[in-house]
Design a protein around this ligand. Structure first.
Ligand SMILES: Nc1ncnc2c1ncn2[C@@H]1O[C@H](COP(=O)(O)OP(=O)(O)OP(=O)(O)O)[C@@H](O)[C@H]1O
Ligand SMILES: [Mg+2]
Length: 319
């Protein structure tokens, strides 16, 4: 039996405004995407592409002009799915007079958690986002990154099946970004499907297995990262590999010495080279690491946007 996707939209379109105030163009134009269960899905596009509009439609915060959207196998307006989704909006507002712990308790009450559940779960999520030490501090005194962590904590309170995050990496320092990527990976390992928008393409490439690119309301591509991005070859990292490097060198495209006895060699990706390197890895466990080299998501993104803009510098869209 075919598995029900976690998110499925069909020709989903949105035009803001009513009657003669209508904007001419659709802000979202016939979007059809599928997010499979267990994916970490990066939703990409320049400013104004329609990412937040899509996310609001998925959260049933606005209504589509046409088309349909399902989450967790039900229409987005079905109340039974709401409690299974964790959501971080693009500009969350917090009551500065509440402490982190009070705020999360209110959120947990809204999720209809019992007192006993709240007592266990609130400290747990504070720990996950590494904010235990600030649990009793008022949100009004928190930095943007600290607030973002609290926003993420409320999104994972209900151990959601689906986590929808609108630009969760925005405004975070490199440590904050690392932490957030760790949290996304951890949640995903626990079985949560993650769908998030972002402009930080290197991070998306690092943690996502699927991505879609939107431009001016229209979908340019969507799918597994491995299918979207071209392979740049296979690289082999050798530890204590002075003997192996001599055998491999004649066929390698590139060879770099990484340490006293460490080497990195890159090969064309062919069925033969894949087989041979896999055998080498099995024979020399611990000494040989085989890694596929992909085109960068950033290059792929600009290529797609520039093509769609008819050759205009898509780089304008860069943050
Ligand atoms: N409430 C609104 N009323 C009218 N137009 C809107 C409204 N919200 C968004 N739009 C328009 O819809 C389009 C898509 O906006 P959206 O916020 O979805 O983009 P985005 O991809 O999230 O951009 P960003 O990367 O800047 O967050 C834009 O042209 C924007 O001007
Ligand atoms: Mg947005």
């Amino acid at each position: 039996m075919e598995e029900v996707p976690v998110i499925k939209t069909e020709s989903l379109s949105k035009r803001y405004g009513v009657l003669f105030w209508k904007k001419k163009n659709l802000s979202l134009d016939q979007l059809s995407i599928t997010v499979p269960r267990g994916a970490v899905f990066g939703f990409l596009g320049p400013n104004g592409a329609g990412k937040t509009t899509t996310i609001k439609l998925l959260m049933d915060l606005i209504h589509p002009t046409s088309g349909s959207a399902e989450v967790l196998g039900k229409p987005v307006w079905d109340p039974s799915v709401r409690r299974r989704i964790g959501f971080l909006p693009d500009a969350p507002a917090f009551n500065g007079l509440m402490t982190a712990s009070e705020f999360l308790n209110v959120c947990a009450k809204l999720l209809k958690m019992s007192k006993a559940e709240r007592k266990k779960r609130v400290p747990e999520v504070l720990e996950t986002v590494r904010m235990t030490a600030s649990a009793d501090d008022k949100l009004g005194g928190f930095s943007r990154g600290m607030l973002q962590r609290i926003g993420v904590a409320q999104a994972i309170l209900n151990k959601p099946d689906l986590l929808i995050l609108d630009e969760p990496l925005l405004g975070l320092d490199p440590y904050g970004r690392q932490e957030l990527k760790r949290i996304i990976r951890e949640q995903n390992k626990l079985g949560t499907t993650v769908f998030f928008s972002s402009h930080i393409l290197a991070d998306v490439q690092e943690i996502c297995d699927h991505a879609a690119i939107l431009n001016r309301g229209r979908l340019l591509c969507s799918g597994k990262l491995g299918d979207l991005l071209g392979s740049q070859g296979i690289s082999v990292r050798l530890t204590d590999g002075d003997d192996l490097v001599r055998d491999l060198l004649p066929e390698a495209k590139e060879c770099q010495k990484k340490g006293p006895h460490e080497w990195e060699l890159t090969f064309e990706k062919t069925p033969d080279s894949e087989k041979r390197l896999q055998e080498l890895k099995e024979k020399h466990a611990g000494k040989v690491e085989v890694v596929e080299q992909w085109e960068s998501l950033e290059d792929f993104f600009f290529e797609k946007i520039e093509q769609d803009n008819g050759g205009e510098a898509g780089k304008e869209a860069k943050e």
